[in-house]
Design a protein around this ligand. Structure first.
Ligand code: ADP
Ligand code: MG
Length: 661
């Protein structure tokens, strides 16, 4: 007896309909979800050319009997729901019955499947929606679906696919997420001959994080777990005329909400939300409510423009969450939004407080003096300053490591923050106004938004230029973020020629004077700018300076980073890196650009790969080159909190006045 049926129109009409096939990763997502719904414990995915040429997924799930296999390609044919009521409590990842027909209509599909009930398996071939073959064959239990030549019959769509490595990195991060959610299952992802992920079953999420991301990531994470009983607040019910007096829904306990997973320590700061993974009942979702709860939990711990690493698994009765709100099923609606929001916020906050991250946080800042807090502690620079837009709710000074800890924690707006009370180490102080900001433009759309070289005397208009600070792009070490906005008129570098260095403020800023007035120059940003230009020049002349590492440095990469690494390896080599694959998920760096400390090399490479991983455009060589140069410059530049002798300051000012623009 088959399990699949075509949904009646009345049910089909209530399903959030829409496109499911947008790119190779969306095909992988639908097929992977089908394999998980089929109860598979072993899933292997092969792709070629970033999934454009081939996607093959083989599972050991329940398989399909012949009739079901044929029916599965009808629109709205599903084994997962039957009636509208079922839409209120969906326990499977799929339910729309639309993925297989949609995929089959835009590619060449080959299906092999066998269910336990049948001795022989079924082979089906469909080309652009036309079934061209149905056969019997001896097959193992489970299902294997091969998708070739995606969008072969829709050239316009095909043209819009991104580069192979971009598509592959999307696929890799998707498979990684699902592997993280199901540590008890075996996942494999191969691209041509390259094994991007091989994750045999392990005991729990902790082991899976270790397996997929390595020890270093695991060490940066704080585990958390919390439970909260749910109140019965108007559970969804069938209409009154269909309600039985002792309806199952009436009697059902409201249940509880559980949460477990990992959040990163405050010193881990990511440029974007790519490292936040939220699963609700095993489904990977993007949800603003939960994102907001996380922001709240990290309030006063992280600046609002950087993001933590989060891996959260939230479980609740399926009636509590509506997954039928968006065609791609990546958005959900919680019935009790505030309860979920506060539960997540409080659980995460509590875990952060318990872990008392402050001692490490402080030592991290001391060890890496480019960390932002040191930068803005110069209260004396604040004359007439305004804050850069987008940053006004956070002040790194709240975490001034030089201040004694303890005392009454105060929130950014001066209110006492009861939540922070448990952490004696978080020394919160009332905010101070940050220094004047201006921007030095880098070639290639990269700019420095910083306290660099602003003449206060003659250029009052340059005091607080309108800087568009992209909310995803503030790096974690005081380096220049990429800026998309057009350049504002800034004071010219010409006038730097006549500068005389007067001294250094807080070991971080050079105080200088010329006929234009008094200048305050951020030594890190200034040197970074000088180096950036020099590196680009050396790269153009193929004369990049590099240094041999004493010992090869092993760096673990995520599957998505591996995909990008293979694409930019040659450019990295031209920039003074000698790195080659080492084992299945590491690279060994033997040579690195001159001037970058061994300790910084890993951070730097991670930063470059991370930034390019989710780049939605095909990687353009110019952008890659600029990004690498900017990163080397940042990591090789003089740090803040570093005393400079007079001749060093003079040298730096002279160099700065020579930069081309
Ligand atoms: P949905 O997942 O929303 O039900 P799909 O079009 O993705 O819709 O799949 C249609 C049906 O085909 C599923 O309901 C399921 O019964 C069956 N099916 C799809 N993939 C598999 C698989 N890998 N193993 C077993 N059955 C599958
Ligand atoms: Mg499905």
């Amino acid at each position: 007896m088959g399990k699949i049926h075509v949904l009646p129109e009345r049910v089909a009409n209530q399903i959030a309909a829409g496109e499911v096939v947008e790119r190779p990763a969306s095909v992988v997502k639908e097929l992977l979800e089908n394999s998980l719904d089929a109860g598979s414990t072993r899933i292997r995915i092969n792709v070629e050319a970033g999934g454009k040429k081939l996607i093959q997924i083989t599972d050991n799930g329940c398989g399909m009997v012949r009739d079901d296999a044929m029916l599965a390609f009808e629109r709205h044919a599903t084994s997962k729901i039957k009636d509208t009521d079922d839409l209120l409590r969906i326990a499977t990842l799929g339910f729309r019955g639309e993925a297989l027909p949609s995929i089959a209509s835009v590619a060449r599909l080959h299906l092999e499947t066998r269910a336990e009930e049948e001795a022989a398996g079924t082979v089906i071939e469909i080309n652009g929606g036309k079934m061209i073959r149905v056969d019997e064959a001896g097959l193992p239990l489970g299902t294997s679906i091969t998708i070739r030549d995606l969008f072969f019959n829709i050239p316009a769509r095909k043209k819009f696919l991104r580069s192979e490595s971009t598509e592959l990195s999307h696929i890799a991060s998707l498979v990684t997420h699902y592997a993280l959610a199901h540590p008890e299952k075996h996942f494999e992802l191969h691209s041509s001959t390259n094994a991007l992920l091989v994750a045999p079953p392990v005991d729990g999420h902790r082991e899976r994080v270790y397996q997929v991301f390595g020890k270093e990531t695991l060490d940066q994470l704080i585990p958390l777990a919390a439970v909260q009983p749910l109140e019965r607040v108007g559970l969804p019910q069938p209409p009154p005329w269909r309600r039985e007096p002792d309806d199952e829904l009436e009697k059902r306990e409201p249940g509880e909400m559980r949460l477990h997973g990992f959040v990163s320590k405050p010193e881990i700061q990511k440029l974007n939300r790519n490292s936040i993974y939220i699963f609700v009942n095993g489904r990977l979702i993007r949800d603003r409510l939960i994102q907001h709860a996380l922001t709240e939990a990290y309030r006063n711990i992280l600046p609002p423009t950087v993001y933590p690493v989060v891996l959260l698994f939230i479980e609740m009765p399926s009636a509590e969450v509506d997954v039928n709100v968006h065609p791609s099923k990546t958005e959900v609606r919680f019935r009790q939004q505030t309860v979920v929001h506060d539960f997540v916020r409080d659980a995460v906050r509590e875990a952060l407080m318990k872990a008392r991250p402050v001692p490490q946080f402080l030592s991290e800042i001391k060890a890496q003096p480019t960390a932002t807090p040191g930068l803005t502690s110069g209260v004396l620079l604040s004359a007439g300053a305004q804050q850069a837009p987008g940053r006004n709710s956070y002040d790194p000074n709240l975490y001034d490591p030089t201040q004694p800890t303890g005392g009454e924690p105060i929130g950014a707006n001066g209110e006492k923050d009861g939540r922070s009370g448990g952490a004696t180490g978080f020394a919160l102080r009332a905010p101070v106004i940050p220094p004047v900001t201006a921007r030095l433009e880098f070639d290639g759309g990269i700019a420095i938004e910083a306290n660099a070289a602003v003449s206060l005397a003659r250029h009052p208009e340059a005091r607080a230029p309108e800087i568009a600070v992209p909310d995803h792009a503030v790096p974690d070490h005081g380096c220049a973020p990429p800026i998309e906005a057009a350049a504002q008129s800034a004071p010219t570098l010409e006038s730097l020629r006549t500068l005389k260095a007067l001294g250094q403020i807080r070991n971080s800023f050079i105080l200088a004077v010329n006929e234009d007035g008094l200048w305050i120059i951020d030594q890190h940003v200034a040197h970074e700018r000088v180096l950036f230009e020099r590196i680009l020049r050396q790269r153009a002349a193929q004369k990049v300076e590099s240094q041999h590492m004493l010992m090869p440095l092993l760096i673990e990469l995520t599957p998505a980073q591996q995909a990008v690494f293979s694409e930019i390896a040659t450019e990295l080599a031209h920039n003074g890196f000698e790195a080659e694959p080492f084992g299945s998920r590491s690279i060994a760096v033997k040579v690195a650009p001159a001037g970058v400390d061994a300790a910084q090399v890993e951070h730097m490479l991670n930063e470059v790969l991370e930034q390019l991983t989710r780049e939605d455009q095909a990687l353009n060589l110019e952008a890659v080159r600029t990004r690498i140069a900017a990163s080397i410059a940042c990591h090789a530049a003089i740090k803040v909190n570093m005393p400079l002798e007079q001749n060093k300051m003079e040298w730096l000012l002279a160099e700065l006045s020579c930069v081309t623009r």
